[in-house]
Design a protein around this ligand. Structure first.
Ligand code: AMP
Length: 433
């Protein structure tokens, strides 16, 4: 079925054509007619399947139907997203699909000055894409008028609930007009999302593409069982292979992401990092460098990498194994997007084998085990920072260098060198009476 069958505004069809889309993806084919008819919608679809266009295209069309050039601009659509990156990305998509339309969109998210965002809002916008926290701040400052609102979209609903946004979403929904169309999009459909739908939606239509909770079929998945202290060395070896062109590496914690980035930098790998302690500017720059190919590797934590859309990610590497299966599905969905091929690799040290077991039960699939030829899986733990220790060869070289330095320095005063301490007599640490 071609896009023209939906009867979309010619300006939107032109933009789709320019974007190079020849036919709707399955979630678009199922969702677009329902949104155009004005139904509430729950769309459960694997990541990278074209979910954003599935709600943005019909929204733009509906806005155009009601558009009067002489009217002042009023906010008609609110889209809530879990992270700043996703909010910016949705805004950019809206600008792409609505390039030739007189529709104004703004993104509202924390980490930047409120005043600049307020200025944009005062000029008048039709669509706001927002993260819940900053939106509530602006609502508190009475800077947003929702009286003309017609549509609410909750994107990555499961993730927003995971991140504890439920109270914020409830507060926001409470001040929106009751008569509205509500769309909910989610990669998974846990009970919490179901309950949200029951409370916020009216007789929603459901669209479910692919098996529930199953990762995209276009992603080849495999596992390297590797001791924790050798993960960085294994990563470095893999990155040397020519097909590892655009590699997204997931770390569990910010500290780990920082250390891994430093390690890769020291090994001359072009790397950018993305986590929530970085400023908004740094985060956008990191994403841009990765998108442009200036960085071969992007090291990221889950929170920020959720939902971001980067073309041509060749590999997703779970450097730290994700704690829950939903995160795994989201992570690996960053590659193999829109029917392109991608590979997802997970490093699993012995202590994470139970998490791997839970994941395999959830996705009802045993992941292929791989081993890198010539890699020494039995290398002992080097006496250095765990997790980021350079390969043992380098460590030895470093030690030799340090020894050499020491031996060339003359001892300042050999006589004053303290005698070695005698061994402790007692290991009893109880206080004497
Ligand atoms: P999303 O799931 O919305 O993040 O989209 C994933 C990717 O698919 C994005 O890069 C879109 O530009 C692309 N995309 C969306 N719809 C189509 C389509 N109908 N044909 C080809 N690519 C698409």
């Amino acid at each position: 079925m071609p896009f023209s069958k939906f009867g979309l505004d010619p300006g939107i069809l032109g933009a789709i054509h320019k974007a190079g889309y020849t036919r709707p993806t399955p979630v678009q084919a199922a969702a677009i007619p329902k949104v155009l008819q004005g139904h509430d919608l729950i769309a459960i679809a694997q990541t990278g399947t074209g979910k954003t266009a599935a709600f943005v295209l019909p929204i733009l069309h509906r806005l155009m139907l009601a558009h009067r050039p002489d009217q002042t601009r009023r906010m008609k659509v609110l889209i809530l997203a879990p992270t700043r990156e996703l909010a910016v990305q949705i805004m950019e998509n809206i600008r792409t699909y609505g390039k030739s339309l007189p529709i104004r969109v703004a993104a509202i998210f924390g980490g930047v000055e409120e005043d600049a965002q307020i200025k944009v809002l005062r000029k008048g916008v039709h669509i706001i894409v927002a993260t819940p926290g900053r939106l509530l701040d602006l609502i508190g400052r009475q800077q947003i008028d929702f009286s003309a609102l017609e549509m609410l979209v909750l994107d990555e609903a499961d993730r927003m609930l995971h991140m504890g946004f439920l109270p914020d979403i409830e507060k926001i929904a409470a001040i929106l007009p009751k008569r509205r169309q509500t769309l909910m999009l989610s990669a998974t459909f846990p009970k919490e999302v179901e309950s949200l739908a029951r409370r916020f939606q009216y007789q929603p239509k459901m669209v479910q593409i692919g098996k529930r909770s199953n990762p995209a079929d276009t992603v080849a998945q495999c596992v390297y069982e590797v001791p924790a202290h050798l993960k960085s060395a294994l990563l470095l070896e893999l990155l040397k292979q020519p097909d590892f062109k655009k590699v997204l590496v997931f770390a569990r914690m910010k500290d780990g992401a920082n250390r891994l980035t430093e390690f890769l930098k020291a090994a001359q790998v072009k790397v950018a990092k993305l986590h929530s302690s970085r400023s908004q500017e740094q985060r956008l720059q990191a994403l841009q460098d990765f998108k442009d190919g200036k960085a071969q590797v992007l090291v990221a934590t889950d929170i920020v990498a959720r939902g971001i859309d980067i073309d041509g990610v060749s590999h997703v590497i779970n450097y730290d194994f994700p704690v829950n299966p939903e995160d795994y599905i989201h992570r690996i969905g960053r590659t193999g997007r829109a029917e392109a091929q991608g590979e997802a690799i997970s490093f699993v040290p012995e202590e994470d084998l139970n998490l791997l077991g839970i994941l395999e039960l959830t996705i009802i699939q045993r992941l292929q085990r791989k081993r890198l030829k010539g890699f020494n899986y039995n290398a002992p733990i080097p006496p250095y920072i765990p997790g980021v220790t350079p390969p043992r060869r380098d460590w030895r070289k470093r030690t030799r260098e340090m020894d050499a330095k020491k031996s060339t320095k003359p001892s300042p005063n050999p006589k004053s060198t303290p005698a070695p301490r005698p061994p402790k007599k007692s290991t009893n640490h109880r206080r004497p009476k």
